[in-house]
Design a protein around this ligand. Structure first.
Ligand SMILES: [Mn+2]
Length: 365
């Protein structure tokens, strides 16, 4: 049955009986495309990778068009690298892209002009499919499907595949499932019923051995260096813990460390700021529901840089004109005041070290 609908689609409008379905409208707009290229945000995560892979499968199966998947910047998180390797996902670096006549670009898991892309402005952007709170510039985009309540873009892509009733290969199911899992199976959990129904569909189809390899990816030495630095620099202000890392080997370390720090049972908010090249990378987590962490971080960062995210997770980056220790300390002080103000914590609150200095010194002996 599934094969019939795929064949029918290649022939034209046969399956487009219900024009209100988003997946029908999405595919209809691509019928004249010569090729479809998928792009996502910088340092693509499993939700971006799974969404690109799922939609490429949809377009190849239903429209028999050639597709390309891309990566914007390096993939640094150990699990994400393992995902690309284990599932053998071919990604074209975004700076190598050139466009052919009639090409259509589909952006997943982010929106244009949010400061999360290096794609050139002339890209023939046809569609944006996303679930972030961070609003982007959708002017002139023919197809947009933005669902802010959804835990993962991969859930939306799974729904498109279900609507078109095409078989989902093991590799695609594994990528989609891992994409959803990483976005919502941790804690804090931000999930909608569609996320759960997508997981329910994908679980029996997914390659469990591949998932185990990805989930248990081995970690580089730099991860432990960052954890140590964060532990030594952490200060607690009421229900907020702030941690700094001087020098990170990868921009993802801020988020990895923040996931770890958020589990501390005495705070509701964890903020990690780490220097990566000429930027301070910020990561925020909260256990409070409906906290609008993305909006909070956007306010805190303001004109200093870019930020965005979800209810309980957010990230941002600030350009550093100088890597001098004093310049970074000044910025850290400024950000500390801004975070305290944003969370309505008394600005005169004296921070308490997570690890008392005396103990740190004693441990060295
Ligand atoms: Mn996502």
């Amino acid at each position: 049955m599934a094969r019939t609908s795929a064949e029918a689609a290649v022939g034209g409008y046969a399956i487009l009986a219900n024009p209100s379905r988003r997946s029908d409208r999405f595919l209809r707009g691509l019928e004249e495309a010569s090729r479809v290229t998928f792009v996502s945000h910088v340092h693509p995560d499993p939700d971006s990778l799974g969404s690109m892979l799922g939609l490429a499968h949809l377009v190849e199966t239903c429209l028999a068009k050639p597709t390309r998947m891309t990566r914007d910047g390096p993939i640094s998180r150990a699990e994400n690298r393992a995902m690309v390797e284990v599932l053998d996902i071919e990604l074209l670096p975004i700076e190598q892209l050139t466009w052919v006549a009639g090409e259509a670009v589909v952006m997943v898991d982010s929106q244009p002009n949010t400061g999360r892309h290096n794609i050139d402005d002339n890209a023939p952007l046809y569609a944006v499919i996303d679930h972030h709170d961070t609003p982007g510039d959708l002017d002139g985009v023919a197809f947009a499907d933005i669902r802010r309540r959804l835990g993962a873009t991969c859930s939306l892509v799974t729904k498109y595949l279900m609507e078109q009733d095409i078989p989902i290969p093991k590799r695609v199911a594994t990528a989609l499932m891992y994409g959803i899992e990483t976005e919502l199976c941790g804690y804090p959990r931000e999930a909608a019923p569609l996320d759960d129904s997508a997981l329910h569909l994908l679980y029996p189809l997914a390659d469990k051995d591949a998932l185990a390899k990805i989930r248990n990816a081995r970690l580089p030495e730099s991860y432990y260096e960052c954890i140590l630095q964060a532990l030594q620099s952490s200060f607690i202000y009421d229900r907020l813990m702030l941690s700094w890392i001087d020098d990170m080997a990868s921009p993802e370390h801020a988020a990895e460390v923040c996931d770890f720090m958020m589990r501390f049972d005495q705070v509701d908010w964890a903020v990690v700021g780490g220097v990566y090249q000429d930027r301070l990378i910020l990561s925020v987590r909260t256990i409070q529901p409906h906290a609008q962490a993305g909006e909070m971080l956007r306010q805190v960062v303001g004109r200093l840089g870019r930020a965005g995210g979800h209810d309980r997770r957010a990230g941002g980056s600030i350009y550093l004109p100088s890597n001098a220790a004093s310049a970074i300390e000044d910025l850290q002080g400024d950000l500390r005041r801004r975070f305290l103000r944003a969370l309505r914590i008394d600005e005169d609150t004296r921070g308490r070290r997570l690890m008392p200095l005396r103990e740190m010194l004693q441990n060295l002996q």
